[in-house]
Design a protein around this ligand. Structure first.
Ligand SMILES: Cc1cc2nc3c(=O)[nH]c(=O)nc-3n(C[C@H](O)[C@H](O)[C@H](O)COP(=O)(O)OP(=O)(O)OC[C@H]3O[C@@H](n4cnc5c(N)ncnc54)[C@H](O)[C@@H]3O)c2cc1C
Length: 267
């Protein structure tokens, strides 16, 4: 899931320097940061993207940020370590092209995480870099199965808001408390099931493993969650349901006890 390769089907990758326009809390543990800037004039995400994501370049605290530059091969050349921003992956929750505003929703998991701490202190005018977007797309799907913990809620909400009205399927979303529920539009034929689970609970995996879909339908399973949950869902779909690699997109969104960069998205 690196963002180095491009193909004609993929959105154009861009390196942007943006600023915080406004921030507000959606729920007790989810904060929306609205980003803006001229660089978004040429940015776009396909509406049919299944969870478009970006790499945010978080500047070091209290130091004037120095951004990477793109070389002729389209690769990022990074500044010296002490001035280098830290890269973290986030979903595009919403892109308002008319107003050049990008909405990114952060799970506030405390100040241990570079991105979570940044979201906690971010104020209008603060700079942040962006490299992206990246995404996956599918076609001719009869039945979608979505699963995610709270970090995948922004991606699932984006997908459901943009799926064709005729789409059918189920979405399982694990949240730590009732107060973390959100509302968003979705196709009538997609059922959203909220699961309450905190920490290492198996609520998400259990629900997904018990899920069924209409016989002979072309199924696509999309999931994003803490790596133990994602791995369990991935191996179930392969071994028990016999799904091929191109019928699923199941990513380790984060790993307990490890910062991003210390694990693979598909380990
Ligand atoms: C494609 C993709 C899209 C994603 N979209 C989103 C999104 O829209 N919103 C979002 O909030 N996250 C999203 N994530 C997950 C996010 O990238 C990780 O949670 C990331 O680790 C956060 O970075 P950080 O700097 O805050 O923490 P890190 O510096 O990476 O980690 C520091 C510590 O915090 C722990 N940690 C990391 N995330 C969490 C968490 N959620 N809860 C509890 N502990 C945690 C780690 O285990 C580690 O011990 C996405 C991930 C991927 C791969």
């Amino acid at each position: 899931m690196s963002l180095n390769a491009t193909s004609p089907q993929e959105p154009k990758l861009q390196l942007c320097v943006l600023h915080v326009v406004r921030t507000y809390d959606l729920t007790p543990h989810m904060r929306r940061i609205v980003l803006g800037g001229r660089d978004l004039e040429t940015f776009d995400v396909p509406r049919n993207a299944l969870g478009p994501y970006i790499k945010l370049l978080i500047p070091p605290k209290d130091i004037e940020p120095e951004w990477p530059v793109l070389n002729d091969d389209g690769r990022l050349i990074w500044p010296a370590l002490e001035r280098r921003p830290v890269m973290r992956t986030y979903s595009v929750r919403h892109f308002d092209k008319g107003n050049c505003e990008l909405h990114v929703d952060f799970v506030m998991h405390g100040d241990r995480g570079v991105a979570s701490a940044w979201a906690n202190r971010a104020k209008p005018g603060d700079s942040v870099g962006l490299w992206g977007p990246g995404c996956t797309t599918t076609q001719n799907i009869d039945w979608y199965l979505f699963a995610g913990d709270q970090t995948a809620l922004p991606a699932i909400a984006f997908i459901l808001e943009n799926l064709p009205a005729t789409a059918r399927g189920e979405a399982y979303i694990e949240i730590p408390a009732e107060s973390e529920k959100q509302t968003f539009s979705k196709p009538l034929g997609v059922d959203v099931r909220w699961l309450l689970g905190k920490g290492e609970t198996s609520a998400l995996q259990d629900a997904v493993k018990a899920a069924s879909w209409p016989a002979h339908s072309r199924v696509f399973v999309w999931a994003g969650a803490e790596s133990a949950k994602a791995r369990s869902i991935r191996s179930h779909m392969r071994a028990q349901r016999g799904l091929d690699r191109d019928q699923m997109y199941i990513l380790n969104y984060w790993r307990r006890g490890q910062a991003e960069g210390g694990f693979g998205y598909l380990d």
